[in-house]
Design a protein around this ligand. Structure first.
Ligand SMILES: [Zn+2]
Ligand SMILES: [Zn+2]
Length: 168
């Protein structure tokens, strides 16, 4: 997802930048990007600074941690960045946050790492398809949102077990 630096002007311009999931590389066990990420952004240049103000739209395809069913969740998150154009030798080698130093001789700047940060920050520890998800039966693996199974009926309540032993 590249911003073409030399095309940015003082007058704000509205751009729609897109990236395929493979370009963003979100690393997460229980989900992945389901489709293209879209960044609707207003860009403008003031002297040596480029301002990006916009929103990221992306869809995550999660695997429910309870029932293992896949489900999609659409997201819209703000993403504002400032690129400061500086001489090449001033650009740090490590990753940068909101305020980014970019070599002034570069023609484009890739936003992928910043997009990845926004998406990664919002990932849940345990995605759940819905609040009342019943999960899978621990004995037979039936998805209890869709079907019932007999496992629980057959299992003897341990309290009755104790009573039986007393009355033995
Ligand atoms: Zn579920
Ligand atoms: Zn069962």
């Amino acid at each position: 997802m590249d911003i073409v630096i030399e095309a940015v002007e003082t007058e704000p311009k509205q751009l729609r930048l897109t990236a395929a999931p493979a370009q963003i590389e979100v690393i997460y066990d229980l989900g992945r990007l389901a489709k293209e990420v879209v960044y609707d952004v207003s860009v403008r240049r003031v002297e040596d600074e480029i301002f990006l103000n916009g929103f990221l739209d992306f869809t995550l395809r999660y695997t429910c941690a309870r029932c293992l069913t896949e489900y999609d969740e659409e997201n819209r998150q703000p993403l504002d960045l400032i690129l400061q154009l500086v001489p090449e030798e001033q650009v740090p080698t490590e990753e940068q946050d909101e305020f980014i130093l970019v070599a002034s001789n570069k023609k484009t700047y890739n936003l992928a790492s910043h997009v990845r940060d926004v998406i990664t920050l919002g990932l849940p520890l345990k995605p759940i398809c819905r609040e009342d998800c019943q999960g899978l039966c621990s004995q037979c693996g039936t998805n209890l949102n869709e079907n019932n199974c007999d496992c629980h009926k057959e299992r003897i309540d341990p309290r009755w077990d104790a009573l039986k032993r007393i009355s033995g």
